[in-house]
Design a protein around this ligand. Structure first.
Ligand SMILES: *Cc1c(COP(=O)(O)O)cnc(C)c1O
Length: 372
């Protein structure tokens, strides 16, 4: 039986909401986008939201709204999806990668503090695989050094740190809706914030630099077309309504994995802090240190040959070729990140996974790894 790595969870509700838009003649910048922004902001407990074309555009606009650019440094982990770092390059600022905690795989607050220079403007914590970072410590460091915090919460919609939603600690939180995320709009993203001025700037950048009171061909700053369309927003409205149900199903699947892998000492799973509530994005296992990247790649090849979806997760950003060639990053600069990146892989994880699918994946994982 072939098992895909990820699958969206779309119901008749989303289909009927999209149909409603298609029959309405209003396909962009309409009531569904407002409704999506309001529903999502209410869900996480933020005052404002700005729906966008992707998670990447959300992070890009968060940096622009804070006027971060050439000469500025932004601190970010390398153990993340490449977009977290790319947006820093897009605004012309310097990417300062820091190490992660070897157990939770989230950015290490002590490493953040050690990397601060007079040019540091912002910290971008990434809530890896749906587990919030240590936001108490990160916010304290930011306050002490007068730094902006932009949360890359693109993998953690619905997760909580000490009872508070991820994405609501920094001046901006960002969420993404590619089909492998907890909820999807096909493509899409959103910024949340409690700051009216910042969200107003994001709205202007999203819409070709138009001001709140501009006429159609009046542009007050350099902007982009980062808008979300009404069909996407309609999907989003339905998906947010079903978010708790979807997170519940994903939690069940994660627990099935954890139960079956418990005690199997050649594979390690992400340590989950006791004061966080996970919103599982992917399920990642990592080989212990006595194995190498060669073993991990063999494991990927063997699983794929059996049509079990899997992917390296993450390939550290500083090891991507252009970060090494153009920005001077080298292997060996972030040993913890590299050690984990070389040995980890995501296995099938979605709401349609049954007990027997999880059984199959886990028994194949164990059989292959035990034979190494
Ligand atoms: C998904 C994701 C993003 C944004 O991705 P898009 O494909 O642009 O929507 C950003 N950061 C992280 C960590 C992500 O996982």
């Amino acid at each position: 039986m072939s098992i895909p790595l990820a699958l969206p969870d779309i119901s008749e509700l989303e289909i009927s909401l999209v149909n409603e838009v298609l029959r309405s003649d209003r396909l962009s910048m309409g009531p569904m986008t407002d409704r999506f922004e309001q529903t999502l902001a209410a869900y996480v407990g933020s005052k404002y939201a700005c729906a966008l074309s992707s998670g990447t555009s959300a992070l890009h606009l968060a940096l622009l709204a804070h006027k971060i650019g050439p000469g500025d440094e932004v601190i970010v982990p390398s153990f993340t999806f490449i977009a977290s770092a790319n947006v820093i390059l897009m605004v012309g600022a310097k990417v300062v990668f820091v190490e992660i905690d070897p157990q939770t795989w989230n950015v290490d607050p002590a490493a953040i503090e050690a990397a601060i220079t007079p040019r540091t403007k912002a910290i971008m914590p990434v809530h890896v695989f749906g587990q919030p970072c240590r936001m108490d410590r990160i916010m304290a460091i930011a306050k002490k050094h007068n730094l902006v915090v932009i949360e890359d919460s693109c993998e953690s919609l619905g997760a909580k740190f000490q009872g508070k939603q991820s994405g609501t600690f920094g001046s901006f939180g960002s969420f993404a809706f590619y089909p492998n995320k907890q909820i999807t709009t096909g493509e899409g993203g959103i910024l949340v914030s409690d700051d009216e001025t910042l969200i107003g700037l994001a709205r202007s950048y999203r819409n070709q630099g138009r001001g709140a009171a501009s006429t159609w061909l009046e542009h007050v700053r350099l902007g982009y077309n980062y808008r979300m369309c009404e069909m996407q927003a309609a999907m989003g409205v339905g998906q947010v309504q079903r978010l708790d149900e979807i997170i519940g199903k994903r939690t069940k699947v994660a627990n099935m994995y954890l139960e079956r892998l418990k005690g199997y000492d050649r594979l390690i799973t992400q340590k989950i802090d006791s004061d966080v509530t996970m919103s599982w994005f992917v399920f990642v296992v990592r080989l212990t240190d006595n194995f190498t990247q060669v073993h991990r790649d063999q494991l990927l090849a063997k699983l794929r040959a059996e049509e079990i979806g899997c992917n390296p997760y993450f390939t550290p950003v500083h090891q991507q070729r252009f970060y090494m060639e153009d920005y001077g990053w080298k292997k060996g600069m972030l040993p913890i990140t590299e050690r984990i990146g070389e040995r980890s892989l995501a296995v099938p994880f979605h709401t349609k996974m049954t007990e027997s699918m999880v059984d199959q994946v886990c028994s194949r994982l164990k059989a292959i790894v035990s034979a190494f």
